[in-house]
Design a protein around this ligand. Structure first.
Ligand code: 5GP
Length: 129
């Protein structure tokens, strides 16, 4: 069920629990700013979720409230995870769903990193006519 991205941060969301280690996850990267783990229902050969350690509902919330340090740390972590998985030469896709129209389901900012195979069109094509 897509979320309302303007609502306050809920520290009981599933990714907050993953960050606190209350729910298991398959870690692929961690540092001061970010945590990355495998998506439980992968939609590509490689499907990783990267989340900031801070409490941000969405990309909108993060870009408005996070410090420059947090933003730089998070963005660098996303790039590093891709490089660590040798995705730069074959290429990969980043995606951040925001709110209802974006189809965001978990109210903690997450960037989807997909790769490991050709990914096809970015979103379903609109039907013609
Ligand atoms: P959204 O639609 O919010 O952009 O994407 C949420 C993603 O989180 C989905 O791809 C879904 O498979 C993944 N996900 C939901 N719950 C869990 C979980 O408990 N563990 C992991 N690893 N991924 C989850």
């Amino acid at each position: 069920m897509p979320i309302d991205a303007t609502r306050p941060y809920d520290d009981q969301n599933i990714f907050a629990k993953i960050l606190r280690g209350e729910i298991p996850s398959e870690q692929v990267y961690t540092d001061e700013w970010a945590y990355a783990f495998r998506d439980i229902a992968p939609q590509a050969a490689l499907h990783i979720l990267i989340i900031p350690r801070g409490e941000y509902v969405s990309w909108d919330d993060f870009s408005a409230r996070a410090s420059d340090e947090e933003i730089a740390g998070f963005i660098r972590a996303v790039g590093k995870v891709a490089r660590d998985h040798d995705l730069v030469e074959p290429g990969y896709r980043l995606l951040a769903n925001v709110g209802a129209h974006g189809g965001q389901e978990v109210p903690h900012l997450h960037v989807h990193l997909c790769g490991g195979e050709p990914l096809g069109p970015m979103i379903a094509r609109r039907s013609q006519g």
